[in-house]
Ligand binder design. Structure first.
Ligand code: ARG
Length: 474
C-alpha cells in the first residue's frame, strides 16, 4: 500500500513538493521515528516557541504571526499534557507531528515557523534539551545512593565493623566495612562530576545552523539561547548539525555509572551467598523460586549487573553509527535516539531499585569478623613491625612468610602465636609483637589519610558528607 503525495494542507510530512510518487509503506515504516522521538514533544515545542519568539522579535516574520504561532504552540503543549489533543501517529517524526497540529489550529501561518530552521538543527536542539533534564535526574539518583552509602558507613563505624579486604578475591588485609562502602561513594562522586562536565557541552545551542550551512535570515541565536537557557552557542553550523558527542558523552558516563553499580551488585550477590553470609538482602528486593521453596534470590543486584551490558551496547551502537559518517547530517543519525533513550530508561529504573537494595541490606557483622579468624591477613603488619625495628622489608617479608607456613603446618592462627613464639623467629620482634598481629591493631595502624584506620575513615566520611552538602542533587 502507498499513500497519496502530500500537500502542505494534508501534510503529516514536511517535504511533499518535490515528489510526484508516494512513499512505499515499508520505507515509510523504516524512515519513521515518531514512535520513539515522540518523547521529545515538550522539548520540540519549547524549541519552537523560542525560535518563533526570536523570528518575531527580529522581524523575520510579522510580530503578530509570531504571536499566533507561540500561542498555538502553548495550546498544543497544554492539550497534549491534559490529553485533550493527540498527535497524528502517522507523522514522520515529532517535528512533523507538532507542525501538523499547529497547522490544524492556526492555519497556514503555521508554515512560517520553520523559517530559518531545519529539522537537523531542530532535532539536535530537542535532544540537548532532553539530556539536560535527564542529567539532572540521574544526578539526583546518584546523590541518593551516595547518601545511603554515607549513612551505612556511619552506622558501621562505631564500633567499627571489620571484614577481610581482598585482592585477587583472596584475603589480603582487614578493612573497615565503612571504608569498603565509601570506596563506592567516591566512584559515584566521579560519576556525578563526569555528568556535570558533560552537561557543559550538552548545554550549547545548535539551533540557527539551519540544514548545515547556516541561514540567510538575520536570526539572533543569542536570544534563542537565552530563551532556552543554553549557556553557549555552537560555533560551527556544520558541526552543530552533525555532532553527537553530547549523546556519546552521556552514554559513556552512563556506562561507567552502570559499571560501578554492577561491581557493588556483584559484591552484594557474593556476600549474600551462604558461603560468605556477609549480608542479608531484604525481602522487598529479592524474589523466590518457582520450584525451590527455600530460595531467596538477589534479583535486583543481578539485574543491575546485567543492565550494564545493555548500556554498554547502547554506547557501542551509537559509537558505531557515527564512526563512518561524512559531514554533515545523515539519516543514520536518527539512530541516536533509541540507544540514548534505552540507556536513560535503564538508569532511571535501575538506580532507585539498587539504592533500595543497598539501603535495606543487613550486614552480618559476626560473619565478617569470623571470616577474618585465622586468615593471616595481619601478616603485613608483622612484616611492617620488623621493618620499624630495623629489618629490611624483603627479609621481613620472607621471614613472616615462613611464620605463616609454620602456622599452617601447626594448624594455628597468626594471632594465636603470641609474642614469645614470634621472638623465637627473630629477635627484632622484641617482647610485644603479639599485640601487633591483632585485627584491630592492624586497621588502627593504617592512619595515613585515605587508609582504613577508624580515625582516618571518620575523616574520610566527614569529607564525603561535606561534599554531599556542597553538591546537592541537581
Ligand atoms: N527524525 C530525524 C532525526 O531524528 C530528524 C531530522 C531529519 N532531518 C532530515 N534531513 N531528514 O534525525
Amino acid at each position: 500500500m502507498t499513500r497519496q503525495p502530500d500537500t502542505p494542507e494534508n501534510a503529516p510530512r514536511l517535504w511533499g513538493g518535490r515528489f510526484q510518487g508516494s512513499m512505499d509503506e515499508i520505507v515509510e515504516r523504516l524512515n519513521n521515528s515518531f514512535r520513539f522521538d515522540v518523547r521529545l514533544w515538550r522539548q520540540d515545542i519549547a524549541g519552537s516557541i523560542a525560535h518563533a519568539t526570536m523570528l518575531g522579535e527580529a522581524q523575520i516574520i510579522p510580530a503578530e504571526e509570531a504571536q499566533q504561532i507561540v500561542s498555538g504552540l502553548r495550546d498544543i503543549e497544554q492539550g497534549i499534557a491534559d490529553g485533550t489533543l493527540t498527535f497524528d501517529p502517522a507523522a514522520e517524526d515529532i517535528h512533523s507531528a507538532v507542525e501538523a497540529l499547529l497547522r490544524q489550529r492556526i492555519g497556514p501561518v503555521a508554515g512560517k515557523l520553520h523559517t530559518a530552521r531545519s529539522r537537523n538543527d531542530q532535532v539536535a536542539t530537542d535532544t540537548r534539551l532532553y539530556l539536560r533534564e535527564v542529567i539532572g535526574q540521574v544526578d539526583a539518583l546518584l546523590y541518593e545512593i551516595q547518601r545511603t552509602l554515607t549513612r551505612l558507613a556511619r552506622q558501621e563505624l562505631d564500633p567499627p565493623t571489620l571484614l577481610p579486604g581482598y585482592t585477587h578475591l583472596q584475603h589480603a588485609q582487614p578493612v573497615l566495612l565503612s571504608h569498603h562502602l565509601l570506596a563506592y561513594f567516591w566512584m559515584f562522586q566521579r560519576d556525578r562530576e563526569r555528568l556535570a562536565d558533560a552537561l557543559k557541552r550538552v548545554n550549547r545551542l545548535p539551533l540557527g545552523a539551519g540544514a548545515l550551512a547556516g541561514t540567510s535570515f538575520p536570526i539572533r541565536r543569542e536570544r534563542v539561547a537565552e530563551l532556552l537557557g543554553f549557556a553557549q552557542i555552537a560555533e560551527n553550523s556544520m558541526d552543530a548539525v552533525s555532532d553527537r558527542d553530547y549523546a556519546l558523552e552521556f552514554l559513556s558516563a552512563a556506562a561507567i555509572i552502570s559499571m560501578h553499580c554492577s561491581r557493588l551488585a556483584e559484591e552484594l550477590i557474593l556476600w549474600n551467598s551462604p558461603e560468605f553470609g556477609f549480608v542479608q538482602l531484604d525481602d522487598s528486593v529479592t524474589t523466590g523460586s518457582s520450584i525451590m521453596p527455600q530460595k531467596k534470590n538477589p534479583d535486583v543486584a543481578e539485574l543491575a549487573r546485567a543492565k550494564t551490558g545493555r548500556i554498554y551496547g547502547d554506547l557501542l551502537a551509537l559509537l558505531t553509527v557515527m564512526k563512518g559518517l561524512p559531514l554533515t547530517y545523515n539519516k543514520d543519525m536518527q539512530e541516536d535516539k533509541e540507544p540514548l533513550f534505552d540507556a536513560v530508561d535503564t538508569l532511571l529504573l535501575t538506580l532507585p531499585a539498587f539504592e533500595k537494595t543497598l539501603a535495606t541490606a543487613q550486614f552480618q557483622r559476626e560473619r565478617m569478623r569470623a571470616a577474618l579468624r585465622g586468615d593471616f591477613s595481619t601478616a603485613t603488619d608483622l612484616a611492617d613491625l620488623l621493618v620499624r625495628r630495623g629489618m629490611a622489608f624483603r627479609d621481613a617479608h620472607h621471614l613472616v612468610g615462613r611464620i605463616v607456613r609454620h602456622c599452617i603446618e601447626q594448624g594455628i592462627a597468626l594471632e594465636e602465636l603470641g609474642s614469645e613464639t614470634l621472638a623465637s623467629f627473630a629477635p627484632e620482634f622484641g617482647t610485644d609483637a603479639g599485640e601487633y598481629a591483632t585485627l584491630l591493631a592492624s586497621v588502627e595502624a593504617r592512619r595515613a589519610r585515605g587508609g582504613t584506620a577508624p580515625e582516618a575513615v571518620r575523616e574520610q566520611l566527614l569529607h564525603a558528607e561535606k561534599l554531599l552538602e556542597s553538591m546537592p542533587a541537581s
